[in-house]
Design a protein around this ligand. Structure first.
Ligand SMILES: C[S@@+](CC[C@H](N)C(=O)[O-])C[C@H]1O[C@@H](n2cnc3c(N)ncnc32)[C@H](O)[C@@H]1O
Length: 435
């Protein structure tokens, strides 16, 4: 993994050259020195293959979102970004800091305030170079200092593991966009088993360690805000912290993940209490009869690109071969698949949608005699009784205005969850005339 990240040094050389060109008067510092967070995020994608970035959980924040997160910091002392990448959040934050007359004096002051780390030294180097260039773009006087001396002034920004760092006593803000990759839950994790989103671990880690009066500001994936899997995590937060949730929408135009900005402070350790956080999901109370009480609901198990799906043993269902709101009994695609297959009839529901889609839970009924291998972009609802009749009723229910309203209130993120589908009320009046 580290080898792939080393390629980022190519960009660091460019940044270092910019400094030299400014020192030697070849570039005009304010008009020609434009290194925006969007540009750095684009360079990262250009230099490092996307599968490596996914594995490392490395996606750099763009200007608008970085400005939004950094803009939430007020009355600051020391700021820590424990997964700083190429410094988009720290650099955005420096826009709030005053400058001194010279570059070195400015960095000396900023160096007392800015702390951060990243697993990859290439990103740490980029962070320091960007902060230096940012100070220059503010119009400070250059005295020909060597880059190494200037970088040393930012001594709080180093290579390291953000999940092993003790935040300094004087830290007033932890500002982060942690990795969103799936990792195994630690053995002592109280709220989940199996795999979980690393961002949840970062939040838990820091909320357990930050000094009182320190605020954590984090860019987090929507799944933490509304996924069933993170319900216990949210409850843990409600007991231990007070927080504000700011919805944001998509991370950036290239990254199809919805995010929110989370600003949290610890409650006094002596007095844990249930302090409900407004997760901005006003949910209708479910009645006794829900989709979950009548159907077994789960995510399809075939993971394309990971699972071997060659061969022709089973029909293969994926969003592209399931026309919406229809009944399908034959599949062109077939695959050999050793994992769990689903016996028809069942309803296959697309997991990805967005609040602007007219129908949030687009679905198809699958019938036939053969077990079907179902892709993991689909949620499958298998009726416990009444077979095809129950499936038809569910299709009608999923298409109804009530269900759309419920899902839009229940979750703003694009991915439907098993929990949300299970909670849909089974409204008898909707079923009149279905059979
Ligand atoms: C989503 S990126 C965000 C980077 C940066 N904060 C920004 O907003 O552009 C997450 C960063 O965390 C780093 N990272 C992943 N695991 C880490 C860990 N355990 N400790 C420190 N950094 C880590 C990755 O290398 C990546 O640069």
């Amino acid at each position: 993994m580290h080898e792939a990240m080393q390629a980022f040094n190519e960009y660091n050389v460019k940044l270092a050259n910019l400094y030299q060109e400014i020192v030697f008067g070849k570039l005009h510092m304010q008009t020609e020195l434009q290194v925006t967070a969007d540009m750095v995020a684009a360079e990262l994608r250009r230099i490092i293959p996307i599968d490596r970035l996914r594995k490392a959980g490395s996606f750099f924040t763009g200007d608008v979102l970085a400005g939004r997160a950094a803009g939430s910091v007020s009355d600051h002392g020391l700021i820590l970004d424990p997964a700083c990448g190429a410094g988009s959040l720290l650099t955005a934050f420096t826009k709030k800091l005053p400058i001194e007359t010279t570059l070195a004096d400015t960095l000396r002051e900023w160096g007392r305030i800015l702390y951060g780390c990243d697993l990859f030294p290439e990103f740490v180097e980029a962070t320091k170079l960007r902060i230096i260039l940012e100070a220059i773009s503010r119009g400070v006087q250059l005295n020909g200092d060597s880059l190494d001396e200037l970088k040393d002034l930012l001594y709080g920004i180093k290579q390291g593991d953000g999940l092993g760092l003790v935040p300094p006593e004087t830290c007033t803000h932890v500002l982060m966009n942690p990795p969103f990759r799936l990792v195994p839950a630690p053995a002592n994790c109280q709220w989940a088993k199996g795999k979980l989103n690393e961002a949840a671990l970062f939040v838990e880690y820091y909320l357990q360690r930050i000094p009182e009066n320190c605020t954590l500001i984090a860019i987090l994936p929507e799944v933490l805000r509304c996924g069933t899997r993170y319900k216990k995590w949210r409850t843990w937060l409600e007991v231990n912290i007070t927080a504000e949730v700011m919805l944001n929408g998509q991370f950036d135009t290239k990254t199809d993940v919805d995010v929110f900005v989370f600003a949290a402070s610890r409650l006094s350790t002596q007095k844990p209490s249930m302090n409900r956080i407004d997760w901005k999901t006003q949910i209708d109370e479910p009645t006794d009869l829900t989709v979950g009480s009548l159907f077994d609901v789960r995510v399809g198990s075939v993971v394309p690109y990971r699972d071997e799906i060659a061969g022709d043993e089973y029909p293969y269902a994926c969003p592209s071969n399931l026309p919406r709101w229809r009944i399908v009994s034959e599949f062109e695609n077939r695959c050999g698949y050793a994992g769990r297959k689903i016996n028809p009839p069942f309803v296959a529901i697309r997991r990805t949608s967005s609040p602007s889609d007219r129908e949030r839970a687009a679905a198809t009924i699958v019938t036939g005699k053969e077990a079907v291998a179902v892709e993991n972009h689909l949620i499958v609802a298998c009726p416990r009784k009444d077979g095809l009749r129950a499936c038809k009723r569910l299709l009608k229910l999923l298409r109804s205005a009530e269900t759309n309203r419920f899902l839009n209130q229940r979750m703003r993120c694009r991915h439907l969850t098993v929990g949300a589908v299970k909670e849909i009320n089974w409204q008898e009046e909707i079923h009149a005339g279905t059979d």
